[in-house]
Structure formats: structure tokens, C-alpha cells
Ligand binder design. Structure first.
Ligand SMILES: NC(=O)C1=CN([C@@H]2O[C@H](COP(=O)(O)OP(=O)(O)OC[C@H]3O[C@@H](n4cnc5c(N)ncnc54)[C@H](OP(=O)(O)O)[C@@H]3O)[C@@H](O)[C@H]2O)C=CC1
Ligand SMILES: CC(=O)[C@@H](O)[C@H](O)COP(=O)(O)O
Ligand SMILES: [Mn+2]
Length: 398
């Protein structure tokens, strides 16, 4: 028996970024399964947003900053070039534009925004009943218990490659039989270097990721291993596994995207050549798989997979993340916000590479949060504001 169903409606937040553009690749290849109804971006390239809107015929187009009149004109130009006569989407401009797209009730909201600015859109998507395909790990990490309290079981589908891998590996066993989660890390461009050898590395070197092509923030976070620290907290929050049962192992090939070890000694791995197309496609239609979403492993040619322990002395960001994750409350928000400030300063060549995690640690050490049993968004935002300004003060004295 064949069944037909209408395509899932999808809102893409961060549509012009690495995750957003790959999501468009997936949805345009499967028009029978997905229909994009909204796109949002920061507004750095309104022409690209306009072109996406017209190509996908979305109902809502949003940018955080820019001019509504200019965006409308660019959409009009792109529509005329495409031979579209009557295309008049809703245009949203402003700090809350993505949140409004997220609140429109699409079947799936893919949050591919960078940074903790993605928190309110994440909350809006959950409140309005959409499935949240979550690439924007920062919103879960900073919002922690607030995000979890809003989400019904299964409403958040991880898009981050490691967490998508773990979610896939968890489908083969019972939760009570899980011994540990093993999160893989490429080790970044500076794998194997000592702390002393990291002192003078440049922003350009930090952006030369060995296996993934991604946006600037997450690529830099891979170089410092802050990304892996964030991912340990993300795994704890998504899968309710205590920190002491979440391991990190360095795997330079980025083929095994993470693993689950069960109590009988079996380890289940998810493996595919490094590509976000599979986790994005799963995020959009979990647990259904999109045919040929990405190239599979070729088992007819020889290959070598290496695994090695993380060097915590050279890369202390993961150990620090475990501490802030255990502390909970506003500590993860402070860790992330201080890091976002430091990464920008590093790319402006105001500070060195080692100053990033050293400053994050110093800001976290100064943070004095009461344990919040009922954490609120306002408390998170206040702690973030404090962390950002404290990090900036420290950086200007560095
Ligand atoms: N890229 C990857 O392979 C992976 C990414 N992730 C996570 O996914 C998220 C996105 O990463 P990535 O795609 O690499 O990042 P990019 O920098 O490539 O893209 C970020 C996107 O967010 C948009 N954006 C920025 N600020 C706002 C805002 N205030 N409102 C709405 N949109 C905004 C940007 O628009 P504009 O350019 O106009 O500013 C852009 O479209 C991050 O959380 C990252 O950690 C996780 C795993 C893998
Ligand atoms: C593709 C993806 O999920 C990234 O978050 C990735 O994890 C980055 O690679 P690292 O393992 O170097 O952090
Ligand atoms: Mn990841």
C-alpha cells in the first residue's frame, strides 16, 4: 500500500549560514517531503536572503538588522528575474525577527543561528509545538533547564553531528543498558601541539579545520576544544546521562561521529564521511532517512581510523566545561558568553589564542551564581551580559 502525505513545513533560522545552506540543499532535493515556509538570517547579505526567499517561495522572510524597504526591493528584483509576478511574503526586521519566524508553527524549525542569541527562537519553536531541529547548541546549553522544561519528549532532534550519532546509536538499546556516551572530537587544526606551541597561532590557522567546513565561531571553537566542551554539556542535557558517563575521545578522521557503549561491553558507532547533510536530513524528518542524503563510506578501499586521548593540559576547555555543566545554573551561560566575546577579540587580533580559554576560565571563576532552582530567561540574559562585559574588561587589560 502506498501512502501519500503533504510535505513537512520547515522554517530555517540562519538560512544563509553553513547549516542553513546545506539544509536548503536537502529540502530542494526532496520537494515532496519538505516545504520551506520561512527563512531568517542576521542580515549581513540581504541579497542572498532575498534570493533564498524567492527560490523557496517562503511566506516569511526575516533579518535581525537591515532595512525592510531594501529587503522588499531585493525580493521584488529577484522575483521579477524568476518570472514571478505576484509574490509578497511577510517581511520581518529586528532583533525579534527570528523568534517570530520560529513562533509561526511550522512542522519543523531548524535553528541554525550561531551563538546564544538563538535562545529565544529555540524557546519560541518549542512553545508553538514545532519539532526543533537543533544545530544551535548554544541555546540549549545556556537555557538548560528552561529549554528542557518546555520540550515534550522527542520534540528536540539534535542536528549537531555527535548528538545525531548518539541519538541513532541509542535506538538499538534500552536506556537502562547504556554504560556511557563517547563523544568524538577531531582534535582541530592544532591536535598534537603543546600549550607552548599554541601561543602564537593565528586566526587564519585556527580556521583551517582538518575535516569540516563550518562557520567561523564553531570552527574556532573546534580549535580551542570549547566546541567539545559545549558538546559534553549538550549531550548531558539531551540524553540525561551524568557527566561522569560522558567521555571524549579524539578521532582525527571525523568518520565515527560518536558512540554509545552498553553494559554488555558492546559499543555502537555511527560512521559516515564527514558531512552535515545526514544529521540535517535526520533533523528535518526524524527518524526517517532521506535517500542518498550524503555519500556513504566506501568499504572497498582501505582506510584507517585512529583514536587517542584528549590532551587536557594543552586543551583545558573540556574539563572546564564539565565543571560549569556540573555547577549548572547560569555557569554554562557565562562560559559560552565569555567565549563568544573572546573568539571575536581573537579574530580582531586583540588577543592571542591561549587568551580565549584563559579568559573564559577567569570569568567563570569570578561568577558567583546562587543555585537557581527555577532558572529564568532574564537570569540567563543578566548573567550573559555580566560575562560579556567582564570578559571585555579583562581583554582590554590583557
Ligand atoms: N556548520 C556546521 O557544520 C555545524 C554547525 N553547528 C552549529 O550550528 C550553528 C550554526 O553554525 P554555522 O552554520 O556554522 O554558522 P554560520 O556562521 O555559517 O551561520 C550562522 C547563521 O546565523 C545567522 N545569524 C547570525 N545572527 C543572527 C541573528 N541575530 N538572527 C538570525 N540569524 C542570525 C547568520 O546570518 P548572517 O550571516 O546574516 O549574520 C547565518 O545565517 C552554530 O550553533 C554551530 O555551532 C553544529 C554542528 C555543525
Ligand atoms: C560537524 C560538527 O558537529 C561540529 O560541531 C564538529 O564537531 C566540529 O569538529 P570538532 O570535533 O573538531 O569539534
Ligand atoms: Mn559537533
Amino acid at each position: 500500500m502506498t501512502t501519500t502525505s503533504s510535505p513537512r513545513t520547515v522554517s530555517l533560522l540562519g538560512s544563509t549560514g553553513s547549516i542553513g545552506t546545506q539544509a536548503i540543499q536537502i529540502v530542494t532535493a526532496s520537494p515532496d517531503r519538505f516545504r520551506v515556509v520561512g527563512v531568517s538570517a542576521g542580515g549581513r547579505d540581504p541579497r542572498q536572503v532575498a534570493q533564498q526567499a524567492v527560490t523557496l517561495r517562503v511566506e516569511q522572510v526575516a533579518v535581525a538588522s537591515g532595512s525592510a524597504a531594501e529587503l522588499r526591493e531585493l525580493i521584488g528584483d529577484a522575483a521579477r528575474s524568476a518570472g514571478l509576478t505576484a509574490y509578497d511574503p511577510e517581511i520581518l526586521v529586528g532583533a525579534d525577527a527570528s523568534e517570530r519566524v520560529a513562533a509561526s508553527g511550522a512542522d519543523v524549525v531548524l535553528n541554525g543561528i550561531t551563538g546564544s542569541i538563538g535562545l529565544r527562537p529555540t524557546l519560541a519553536a518549542l512553545k508553538h509545538g514545532s519539532t526543533l531541529a537543533l544545530a544551535n547548541k548554544e541555546s540549549l546549553i545556556v537555557g538548560g533547564p528552561i529549554v528542557k522544561a518546555l520540550a515534550r519528549p522527542g520534540q528536540i532532534v539534535p542536528v549537531d553531528s555527535e548528538h545525531s550519532a548518539i541519538a541513532q546509536c541509542l535506538r538499538v538499546g534500552r536506556p537502562e543498558d547504556v554504560r556511557k556516551l563517547v563523544v568524538t572530537a577531531s582534535g582541530g587544526p592544532f591536535r598534537g601541539r603543546s600549550r607552548a606551541e599554541l601561543r602564537d597561532v593565528s586566526p587564519q590557522q585556527a580556521l583551517a579545520h582538518p575535516t569540516w567546513t563550518m562557520g567561523r565561531m564553531v570552527t574556532t571553537n573546534s580549535a580551542t576544544l570549547v566546541n567539545k566542551g559545549l558538546e559534553v554539556i549538550e549531550a548531558h542535557l539531551l540524553f540525561d546521562v551524568p557527566f561522569e558517563r560522558i567521555e571524549v575521545v579524539v578521532h582525527p578522521q571525523s568518520i565515527v561521529h560518536s558512540m554509545v557503549q552498553y553494559v554488555d561491553g558492546s559499543t555502537i558507532v555511527q560512521a559516515s564521511p564527514p558531512s552535515m547533510l545526514i544529521p540535517i536530513a535526520l533533523g528535518l524528518d526524524w527518524p526517517n532517512r532521506v535517500q542518498d542524503a550524503a555519500p556513504a563510506m566506501d568499504w572497498t578501499t582501505a582506510s584507517t581510523w585512529e583514536f587517542e586521548p584528549l590532551d587536557d593540559a594543552a586543551f583545558p576547555a573540556v574539563a572546564l566545561a564539565r565543571q560549569v555543566g556540573q555547577a549548572g545554573s547560569t555557569y554554562p551561560a557565562v562560559y559560552n558568553a565569555a567565549n563568544e566575546e573572546c573568539v571575536e577579540a581573537f579574530h580582531q587580533e586583540r588577543i592571542g589564542f591561549l587568551d580565549i580559554v584563559d579568559t573564559v576560565r577567569a570569568v567563570v571563576d569570578e561568577h558567583d551564581a546562587a543555585p537557581h532552582t527555577d532558572l529564568t530567561v532574564e537570569q540567563v540574559l543578566a548573567a550573559e551580559g555580566w560575562a560579556r562585559s567582564r570578559a571585555q574588561q579583562m581583554l582590554s587589560q590583557a
